[in-house]
Design a protein around this ligand. Structure first.
Ligand SMILES: Cc1cc2nc3c(=O)[nH]c(=O)nc-3n(C[C@H](O)[C@H](O)[C@H](O)COP(=O)(O)O)c2cc1C
Length: 319
């Protein structure tokens, strides 16, 4: 099926060198199943609000027909609910990613051996070559070089292409490429550069199998990449304990524009935060921003995951 293939993907039993990124609130068991059945690697993503209970619920929906799948966890939220890691290990994934860790200095986190002893690949996202070196020294099986174009939380530093080249030169490990890889030309380019696979988030976020609400899907399909912004406003407004070094790329709204750069004032303004929370709870996306990468403008239809996989492999320049 695949015009592009890599040794890493073939070894994992994939027909396409594509991993659907673990996306909290988007990539549940249904999306993971559809992506894996289509020959790429589907993942279940637990975001910062993830829990063992939520993971159990999504795992119950998993039906990949024997195809491999992955699970993605948020590193700093594992301290809050460590049962997520044992549950993930025991679910039989081919890959477990633990992201949003501080790889700026060497460390030896215990999750790596825990994942590997269950027969899964241990993977993490990095945003510099130095971070990739530290992750490699810690024993991960692969790293995701995540460029600043990417959607959701991250340390938005270098553009995807430059970061991939630097990380490939820095470590002797499979390197996956992420950050607005949202159409076939992005996948082909990443593989031609030497990536083991593309790690794709936003392009799958409007799929009918995703956890995305209809209202959010409509906003994603109408948006273009120039409307994204890297911001902490959503986390501050909702009092989410995200480390400041991981802001998120999201679709700007007038609320974001109003508070961008004034996050301290927002933190000290309980009335505004309460009004925002009400908008959040009622899915009012004229106020509440949605996570998306700079490739969001390439999403033109709510296409099923299998069609997105096919389009990423050999399709046109839009999804
Ligand atoms: C809606 C959304 C939610 C995300 N949630 C997570 C998450 O829970 N865990 C994680 O490791 N990465 C998460 N990410 C980041 C992805 O792993 C990846 O870095 C990013 O999607 C790549 O860029 P792209 O969206 O432009 O393809 C999320 C991204 C998006 C768009």
């Amino acid at each position: 099926m695949s015009a592009v293939s890599t040794e890493w993907a073939t070894r994992l039993g994939l027909r396409a060198p594509i991993v659907c990124a673990p996306m909290g609130g988007v990539a549940g068991g249904r999306l993971a199943s559809a992506v894996s059945r289509a020959g790429a690697l589907g993942t279940i993503g637990m975001g910062s609000a993830g829990s063992a209970e939520a993971l159990e619920r999504e795992l119950a929906l998993l039906d990949t027909g024997g195809a491999p799948f992955g699970i993605g966890l948020v590193g700093w939220s594992l301290d809050r609910d460590p049962a997520m890691l044992s549950l993930a290990r025991d679910a039989g994934p081919a890959l477990v990613s633990v992201s949003f860790l501080d790889w700026s200095a060497p460390m030896r986190p215990a999750w790596i051996a825990a994942v590997q002893s269950a027969g899964a690949l241990a993977v993490t996202q990095v945003s510099t070559a130095a971070e990739a070196r530290h992750a490699a020294e810690a024993g991960v099986d692969a790293v995701v070089a995540r460029g600043r174009e990417g959607g959701g939380h991250g340390d938005h530093r270098e553009p995807r292409r430059e970061l991939l080249a630097e990380v490939l030169a820095a470590v002797d490990l499979p390197v996956l490429s992420a950050g607005a890889v949202s159409a076939a030309n992005g996948v082909a380019e990443a593989i031609a550069q030497g990536a083991a696979a593309a790690w794709v988030g936003t392009a799958f976020s409007a799929c009918p199998e995703a956890l995305t609400s209809d209202a959010a899907r409509a906003v994603l399909l109408a948006a273009d990449g120039s409307e994204t912004l890297v911001s902490r406003v959503l986390d501050v407004a909702l009092e989410r304990p995200w480390p400041a070094r991981f802001p998120e790329r999201l679709l700007r709204t007038p609320f974001v524009d109003r508070w961008q750069g004034r996050e301290d004032q927002l933190a000290g303004d309980p009335e505004t935060r309460a009004a925002f929370r009400a908008a959040f709870e009622s899915d009012d996306f004229s106020i509440v921003p949605i996570d998306a990468g700079q490739g969001v403008g390439l999403l033109t239809e709510a296409r099923p995951a299998a069609e997105v996989v096919a389009a990423l492999v050999s399709g046109p320049a839009t999804i």
